[in-house]
Design a protein around this ligand. Structure first.
Ligand SMILES: [Zn+2]
Length: 465
């Protein structure tokens, strides 16, 4: 695994690119408004229930008027159901508005874009949803700033502050693959100087490469490591096999369900606490672990989070589907959006004193990890990026049949147009590598688990440890 000139050239060129992009992104993520919002969020986290409701209702009323006046989908929907904007005075009135399904959003995303927004200033927010079909939920710059402040409120709960050094173990950033699978020699990381960040590739993690990862992380000395739960678990399983402990200040996880058993294993190996975060690419609601770790506090300033079971509000302790209404993205408002994720509200208040609602046992989309012939463990959720921009996919599922073979099952939209399968395979190979055969199976329905919570990536290969 000796590094060559080519690998180092790629490292310098790509790090320069990511850092330049990073400085541009920072003008949105860390501007004056960011510091103002973060200051406001520091205060509102200690609001009483009444104050939180007043804050949320005020934001909701403003959003509803905007959606009615500027968003074609909502203008038509409200008229069809005889809803006038002032009929929605608070969250309790939201029930007057029908739920929004992923299918309705995917069928006509243009209808959700506000007419009074400059489209050139919008950022993509790709998701493949629980059905594995790509949706691009566009985001305004203001909503990106706001979200960053919400994320930093949680980082501060863990004793971390803006400007610290961070390690992220991801596959892509801003839709760019951090290190393509075609690169076989180190470095398997890139620098984003703008964000004091070292970005590691989760496409290259194996028993051969992980010692280099840990050596580099130690050298860099981060305040925290962040990644998918499955990625951090791959790191912690490696430490376990080596009978080693690797101490870091904090670990942050997001984007996949984090199970208690995995949380415990990670905390034991990294000698720290894991701070989990729940959100979705559609950005309709968010919740985060506080220092008490009794569940995830919903951020009421970010979105209205309902838990619905059989068309009614689920009681505390009762599981139901998370329905979210994002309060900050005026570019593409999504009201009462069915996330497909399942959770329950806690029955007891959190001892930390915050009245922000507490979510427990969140179950989102599941995706197995893929294991490659050369021993790399790739988180299934990391293959999502390969579907960005691929049209006409109604549903999809990735099945690793054996160590050498992957089949991508696709249910197409009902129209004449095809799916760009060559582009999809090429995207997947950038993540997985060339040594696994990838076949496409266009089908009428997904064979197993053709339900809302099916596993998007299924691996029939057993992973040790
Ligand atoms: Zn708490």
């Amino acid at each position: 695994m000796k590094s060559g000139i080519q690998e180092y050239l790629s490292y310098f060129v790509h790090s320069l690119f990511l850092s330049t992009k990073g400085f541009a992104v920072n003008t949105i993520k860390y501007n004056k408004k960011f510091y103002r919002v973060l200051g406001e969020l520091e205060e509102s986290q200690w609001y009483s229930l009444e104050q939180l409701k007043e804050l949320q209702d005020t934001k909701l009323r403003k959003l509803i008027v905007h959606a009615y006046e500027n968003v074609p989908y909502y203008n038509k929907l409200f008229k069809k159901h005889g809803i006038r904007p002032h009929d929605i005075q608070g969250t309790e009135d939201l029930k007057k508005i029908p739920l929004l399904s992923k299918e309705a959003l995917r069928a006509n995303p243009q209808d959700f874009i506000a007419a009074n927004i400059n489209r050139k200033l919008l950022a993509p927010g790709w998701t493949t949803g629980t059905t594995g079909a790509p949706i691009n939920a566009l985001r305004s710059r203001e909503s990106i700033t706001f979200e960053n402040a919400v994320l930093w409120r949680q980082k501060r709960w863990a004793g971390i502050d803006v400007g610290c050094r961070k390690v992220a173990v991801w596959g892509t950033i801003w839709d760019h693959v951090i290190v393509p699978s075609s690169i076989k020699s180190p470095p398997f990381w890139r620098k984003n100087i703008a964000d004091h960040q070292l970005l590691f590739s989760y496409y290259h993690m194996s028993d051969d490469t992980l010692p280099l990862y840990f050596k580099k992380i130690e050298e860099f000395g981060p305040d925290f490591i962040e990644g998918f739960p499955s990625t951090i678990l791959t790191l912690s399983n490696f430490l376990k096999r080596q009978n080693e402990i690797f101490s870091v200040k904090s670990i942050f996880t997001s984007s996949e369900p984090l199970y208690d058993v995995h949380r415990n294993e990670i905390e034991e190996r990294f000698k720290t606490k894991v701070f989990d975060h729940y959100g979705q690419a559609e950005r309709v609601a968010a919740a985060s672990d506080c220092p008490e770790h009794r569940g995830l506090h919903v951020h009421p300033e970010y979105g209205v989070l309902e838990i619905i079971k059989e068309n009614r509000d689920a009681s505390p302790g009762e599981r139901g589907e998370i329905i979210g209404t994002g309060l900050n993205n005026y570019a593409m408002p999504l009201i009462r959006y069915s996330t497909g994720d399942i959770a329950q509200f806690a029955t007891e208040p959190c001892p930390c004193g915050r009245k922000m609602p507490l979510l427990q046992s969140i179950d989102g989309r599941k995706a197995d990890s893929i294991i490659t012939p050369d021993g790399r463990v790739i988180p299934g959720g990391g293959l999502m990026g390969a579907f960005h921009g691929i049209e006409n996919v109604k549903k999809s599922q990735i099945v690793q049949e054996d160590i050498n073979n992957i089949i991508v099952r696709i249910v197409r939209n009902q129209n004449e147009r095809g799916v760009e399968t060559d582009r999809l395979i090429s995207n997947l190979k950038k993540c997985i590598g060339e040594d696994v055969r990838i076949g496409i199976d266009i089908t009428d329905s997904l064979a197993d688990g053709d339900t809302i919570k099916h596993r998007w990536v299924v691996s029939k290969v057993k992973i040790d440890g």
